[in-house]
Design a protein around this ligand. Structure first.
Ligand code: SF4
Length: 375
């Protein structure tokens, strides 16, 4: 079966869907009926994202809590990002690393990667996610493989969040020790995607949309997707993210499919969110998604505030970043270059562990031990 256009075709019926008509046709009894179901359809999920469902957040939260407890226990997995390089050839309007910005750039040497790894590992974290800008001749796949080999000495799980790669390249990273892949589509709105990606290889909507599926095919154990909230109408973006996750989970049941719900944060440059997404909207998205994709992990990053992250433990969120720094080399040099975006929750790993315990949850540092390369 040719799946390279699979998700694009899957989303097609919903591109020109009458969202306003669907939402305005929903009555209280429709939401109540959906809340009584064990399994939701795609349109049930859309209904829970609707304005009509806003007054049902409390029963949605109760159900989401029970489902999260059933499949994840009272745990929150902690991880941290490490920025390897901020060289980037793309001109994405919303990002501090954009080639439109003229700040000095930096890429970690392998010695510096090792130093950063040692500092991060000393906090007890076992899961790490490395990021680079999109500059394949600088932060090449070979460079990533070299970095992966260093990181696997210190961490049980190494994830990649880099530019879209080919299937062969994902396989190479997997064989080097990368077990998870994160790829944000940014926006599922194709016309808007074209507008905000002014120039560079990321302009290819299809190549990016298909990247998570290539990572699944390459053998990654965990694939994390999401839309950058604040670019297009949040209910549609949430719906498309959920459809994408469901598609991947259906086709690759052996892969742990996760989503993230990143909201736009300030960064170098002057781009402002195109639409507002409130805390309540974010809660509704997370609850609706939990009811739709019951076993799927949900990640909440340090973009969100301390209070909000504390409140979201247990009602859907299962993974959180901690001790984050979005600047290259920021773990060993506190005065490193400006980061990709500003963070809100600046708690270090110990503070996060304490906060998680105070909420009645257990912080998990190590979710699995990869067997890649073992005989
Ligand atoms: S979002 Fe990614 S590809 Fe776009 S400018 Fe930022 S780092 Fe580069």
């Amino acid at each position: 079966m040719n799946k390279t256009r699979g998700i694009y075709e899957e989303l097609k019926p919903y591109r020109n869907f009458d969202y306003d008509g669907f939402f305005s046709g929903l009555a209280d009894k429709d939401i109540q009926t959906i809340l009584a179901k064990d399994q939701l359809t795609a349109l049930d999920y859309l209904a829970l994202l609707s304005p009509a469902a806003e007054k049902y957040l409390e029963p949605m939260a109760q159900k989401a809590k029970a489902i999260t407890l059933k499949y994840f226990g009272k745990t929150i997995l902690l991880f941290t990002p490490i920025y390897l390089s901020d060289y980037c050839t793309n001109k994405c309007k919303y990002c501090g690393f954009s080639a439109l910005n003229t700040q000095p750039r930096k890429m970690l040497t392998l010695e510096q990667v090792e130093q950063e790894a040692q500092v991060i590992a000393s906090t007890g974290l076992k899961h790490i996610l490395y990021l680079t800008g999109d500059a394949p001749t600088i932060s090449s796949v070979q460079y990533m493989k070299n970095c992966t080999k260093i990181l696997t000495k210190y961490f049980s799980s190494v994830g990649t969040e880099v530019y879209s790669l080919t299937l062969e390249e994902y396989k190479e990273l997997y064989e080097a020790g990368v077990d998870s892949m994160t790829m944000f589509q940014e926006t599922y709105n194709e016309a808007l995607y074209d507008d905000i990606h002014v120039a560079g290889p990321k302009k290819d909507y299809h190549f990016r949309l298909d990247a998570p599926e290539r990572a699944c095919q390459a053998g990654m154990w965990c694939v994390n997707i999401g839309a950058l909230m604040g670019l297009d109408e949040w209910r549609r973006e949430a719906f498309f993210t959920g459809l994408h996750a469901a598609y991947l989970q259906d086709h690759y049941p052996e892969v742990d499919i996760n989503i993230s719900v990143p909201r736009m944060r300030p960064h170098t440059g002057d781009f402002q969110p195109l639409v507002d997404m409130t805390d309540m909207n974010t809660v509704q998205y997370i609850l609706a998604y939990r009811l739709f994709m019951q076993r799927s992990g949900i990640t909440m990053s340090t973009r969100e505030t301390v209070d909000f992250r504390n409140h979201m433990m247990g009602i859907g969120v299962t993974k959180m970043s901690a001790g984050s720094c979005t600047a290259v080399g920021g773990h060993i040099h506190k005065n490193a270059n400006s980061g990709q975006f500003d963070i809100s929750d600046e708690r270090d790993v110990e503070e996060m562990k304490k906060a998680i315990r105070q909420q009645g949850f257990q912080p998990v540092m190590k979710n699995w031990e990869p067997l890649v390369g073992e005989s």
